[in-house]
Design a protein around this ligand. Structure first.
Ligand code: UGA
Length: 475
């Protein structure tokens, strides 16, 4: 008898190597496929973007995600992971099929579910045996029911029974492998016992923390076992949207408190530190700054608002969070203008392009919006990011990219920190100062300490903390 972390009991308990197909090799699909192979399953990953599959087959990894390259290489070597260029060919062999395709925002804020619909039709027409179809992509509540309907319309053949489950992901870019292998909870939305059991078997090594951990030198760290939560499909879908939207609310709340702290002469770091000590609030997602970005929080917030509107529920607090976030760039730009006076023709160094540290993802990155704004105002932008320069180059051609923070800062009249890469904290700031025309740092992520920057001889501005302003002396 196996007792799941959530207290539920299951018969059996032998290790099972399952055949799994993963459709979509973006951040979620690739991490999911690689980690499922890592914990012992036989996985095929596919995508309709042939260039991604070619890169993967040639031993490359199309995204930067710490640890992912190693587990992909190991799983391929041990024949547990393969890539397939034709999505239709990946369907027949999988007992479980994870749908990990994109659900980008439509112009009205709704999630575009056309890729899910396309996969449903493809799975239904290619399946030759019973399968569990698992939606992993972030989707609005009730998508599972539509998926089930679509599958039943297109798969009317004897022996082909297609069950549907929802299994939302809570992977953060930058720590996605760690999050998959050591999650705090695994949520499965199911309609029947056999789907629940099949998902438990898929996640058994993770739930029991029994695998050769690639992140922690072979052994899983001691800690609470992941919680196993079985819900309805609607609840599972709602859990995901409600979680991401709550994180977005928390960030916008901290940003508003920072603005108030600035006006009142308080220090946001002192305020959020004390707030976070209350276990009902918690310390994370209270970092004030340029706001939230990336491909998840902004789009999920919008889609959640639209879902609420369609249900006749007034969720305008989420609209407020979105508006606050959009204004972060304006707020920061006011600081730039106040410090630089005229922005036109001034060389400005921007450190950080990714939407957050430890990723090369620049989608909906506040740093990118900020650079667009600086360029519109006529600044000469020089930029450096430890990982995201290649992706930024494709969307921001007018920027001068440097191979280090030092060369980016050289000759600049201001240095902006737009992404909180920890390595920026330990730069040789004396060297940076010596190379700059004016030692002015505008820290949009509150990464550095005003006191330390003062003692290093910088003018320094951030969010919700005292400015360090130079005395103006005319000889
Ligand atoms: C987010 C969620 O955290 C994951 O749980 C979820 O699985 C994922 O979306 C998804 O839906 O796929 P992610 O987009 O990787 O993960 O990024 P977060 O770590 O949530 O950060 C989002 C943004 O908020 C970043 O731009 C970050 O800089 C910003 N942020 C975060 C703040 O401005 N302040 C904070 O205190 C925390």
């Amino acid at each position: 008898m196996i007792v799941a972390a959530g207290g539920k009991q299951y018969d059996g308990g032998e290790e099972t190597r399952l055949r799994i197909s993963v459709i979509g090799t973006g951040y979620v699909g690739l991490v999911t496929g690689a980690c499922l192979a890592e914990i012992g399953h036989e996985v095929v990953c596919t995508d309709n973007d042939g260039s991604k599959i070619r890169t993967l087959e040639a031993g490359g990894v199309p995204i930067y995600e710490p640890g992912l390259d190693k587990i992909i290489a190991r799983a391929r070597k041990e024949n547990r992971l393969r890539f397939c260029a034709k999505p239709a060919d990946a369907v027949p062999g999988g007992d479980a099929i994870f749908i990990c395709v994109g659900t980008p925002p439509l112009p009205n804020g709704d999630a575009d579910l056309s890729a899910i619909d396309h996969v449903a039709r493809m799975v239904a027409s290619e399946a030759t045996s019973a399968k569990l179809v698992i939606e992993k992509s972030t989707v609005p509540a009730r998508t599972g029911h539509e998926l089930k309907r679509a599958l039943s319309v297109y798969a009317r053949r004897p022996g082909v029974s297609l069950r549907v489950a929802s299994n939302p992901e809570f992977l953060r870019e930058g720590t996605a492998v760690e999050d998959f292998l050591h999650p705090d909870r695994i949520v499965v939305g199911v309609e029947d016992e056999s789907s629940e059991r099949q998902l438990y078997d898929i996640y058994r090594p993770v739930l029991e923390q029994k695998f050769n951990c690639p992140v922690h030198a072979g052994t899983c760290p001691d800690g609470p076992a992941p919680k196993w939560l079985v819900t309805t499909i609607n609840s599972a879908e709602l859990i995901k949207h409600a979680s991401n939207s709550f994180l977005a609310l928390k960030v916008s709340y901290a940003n508003m408190v920072a603005d108030l702290a600035e006006k009142l002469g308080a220090d946001i770091d002192e305020v959020t530190r004390a707030m976070g000590m209350d276990p009902r609030i918690g310390p994370s997602f209270l970092n004030a700054g340029l706001g939230f970005g990336g491909f998840c929080l902004p789009k999920d917030l919008q889609a959640f608002v639209r879902l609420a509107e369609r249900c006749g529920v007034d969720f305008s607090m989420l609209r407020a969070a979105e508006k606050i976030n959009k204004h972060r760039i304006d707020r920061f730009f006011d600081k730039i203008r106040e410090a630089l006076w005229v922005v036109r023709d001034k060389p400005v160094c921007v450190l950080g392009l990714a939407f957050k540290p430890h990723t090369d993802d620049v989608r909906f990155a506040p740093a990118i919006d900020l650079i667009h704004r600086l360029m519109e105002e006529g600044a000469q932008v020089r930029a450096y990011d430890p990982q995201a320069m290649e992706k930024a180059r494709a969307i921001l051609p007018g920027v001068e990219y440097s191979d280090s923070a030092y060369s980016a800062a050289k000759g600049c009249e201001a240095l902006v920190i737009a992404t909180e890469w920890p390595e920026f904290r330990s730069l040789d700031w004396e060297r940076i100062r010596a190379g700059m025309v004016r030692p002015l740092v505008l820290d949009a992520r509150n990464l550095l300490s005003p006191g330390e920057m003062r003692s290093r001889g910088f003018e320094y501005r951030s969010f919700g903390r005292p400015d360090v302003v130079a005395e103006t002396q005319i000889a």
